[in-house]
Ligand binder design. Structure first.
Ligand code: ACO
Length: 351
């Protein structure tokens, strides 16, 4: 059955509305280091007005206010922090130096690095002066990830930071009525089998926490249940076994080809005994080449909404944007980051 585009639009809107509603219930402070950038200023205004979070713009105050005037935006009530003039700067330099001294950091180098808005914003999150960070309208994914990996590091019990996309595919019945999670499409170039298992577990958790769906996780390959033999396939097969061992409560299977993972008829032929094959709503790609190419194929050829990349596994949430993003995309990623911050604090209290 091919469903209409309106059904997927409805699912997408319902998901985003739910995320926005949860974000509003307990507003978090989200820092935006690209404070002088037009779409970021527009997003900050919208986030503030709609009560989604407390946005904090980073950069030269005068330059930000001038840019806002040029685009006819009133930033009254929105916090602006200039790293060069901040009274937190010395504290951040000292803490960053302490964090990185074993890696050869000096106070002189730390002073220069921490004044960089991306590092300053990451330090704000580290030092609890913000609950999360969103960047990437100007910077690359690597620019954002490096300070995150160096300063925020992974959450307790998590070995690897990774990313996911929420894909909403018009006219598709696959996954959860056209909605699927794809991972890892943005961070780990070539995960080993332990890392691949960790990525699968993290994405299953995300499916529950953010998308409120019961995850059915397919470990993707060019082979289905032993149809081919190769080191690349062995990696996926071993990772699948590790997920099953570590998390027997999760529905996971592999190795599966993409069609066996999502098409019931193909699953019936290739993996008839699998509880996941034909029904998968979480797709784990074996490496970054396949993951990144895979999500872009679906996004472009199927005209799918691709929400992300959203990072998972950081001790506190920091998230990337596409450089082609709209201000609405920034608002959505801020809302997701705020929900991740809420979930992180909840977990901290539980432990
Ligand atoms: N999880 C946890 N820690 C990590 C990870 C990870 N995935 N990757 C690196 N680290 C740690 C390292 O152990 C190291 O820690 P330490 O300095 O405290 O010892 C620190 O992070 C820095 O590691 P490096 O290896 O020096 O970092 P690297 O220069 O390799 O950068 C990065 C890591 C940025 C994630 C790199 O792997 C990368 O560029 N990935 C691809 C990003 C990309 O281009 N994505 C595609 C585009 S996105 C899109 O299209 C949507």
């Amino acid at each position: 059955m091919v469903r209409g585009i309106y059904n997927e639009r409805r699912i997408y809107m319902e998901l985003m509305n739910k995320i926005l509603e949860v974000a509003r219930r307990d507003k978090k402070r989200i820092v935006l280091p690209e404070g002088n950038e037009e779409r970021t200023i527009m997003a900050a205004k919208n986030i503030h007005e709609e009560g989604i979070a407390f946005p904090i713009l980073i950069g030269d105050r005068e330059a930000i206010l001038n840019k806002a005037v040029q685009i006819d935006i009133d930033l009254t009530g929105i916090e602006i922090v200039d790293p060069e003039k901040s009274n937190r700067l010395d504290k951040y330099i000292q803490s960053f130096y302490e964090l990185r001294k074993a890696k050869g950091m000096t106070v002189i180098k730390a002073e220069k690095i921490v004044k960089d808005p991306l590092y300053f914003a990451t330090m704000m999150v580290k030092m609890d002066d913000a609950d999360g960070m969103v960047s990437g309208a100007v910077h690359t994914t690597g620019d954002l990830l490096r300070p995150g990996l160096q300063i925020i590091k992974t959450a307790p019990g998590v070995s690897v930071v990774s990313s996911f996309f929420i894909m909403v595919v018009p006219g598709s019945q696959y996954g959860e009525e056209g909605m699927l999670l794809f991972s890892d499409c943005a961070v780990n170039p070539n995960p080993n089998e332990d890392q691949l298992a960790a990525i699968a577990i993290a994405t299953a958790e995300t499916a529950k926490e953010i998308c409120k769906i019961e995850p059915k996780v397919a470990m993707l390959s060019f082979s289905t249940m032993g149809s081919a033999d190769n080191d690349l396939v062995t990696k996926v097969r071993n990772a699948t076994e590790k997920v099953k061992e570590l998390r027997p409560d999760l529905l996971v299977d592999g190795e599966l080809q993409l069609d066996a993972a999502i098409v019931q008829k193909v699953a019936g032929q290739k993996a008839p005994n699998s509880k996941v094959a034909g029904r998968a709503n979480v797709l784990i790609f074996p490496d970054l080449q396949s993951g990144n190419i895979g999500y872009k194929l679906v996004q472009r050829f199927a005209n799918a909404e691709a929400i992300g990349p959203i990072c998972q596994g950081f001790a506190k949430p920091i998230n990337d944007l596409s450089r082609g993003c709209s201000f609405e995309d920034i608002v959505k990623v801020v809302a997701i980051t705020a929900v991740q911050a809420q979930q992180g604090l909840k977990k901290q209290k539980e432990n």
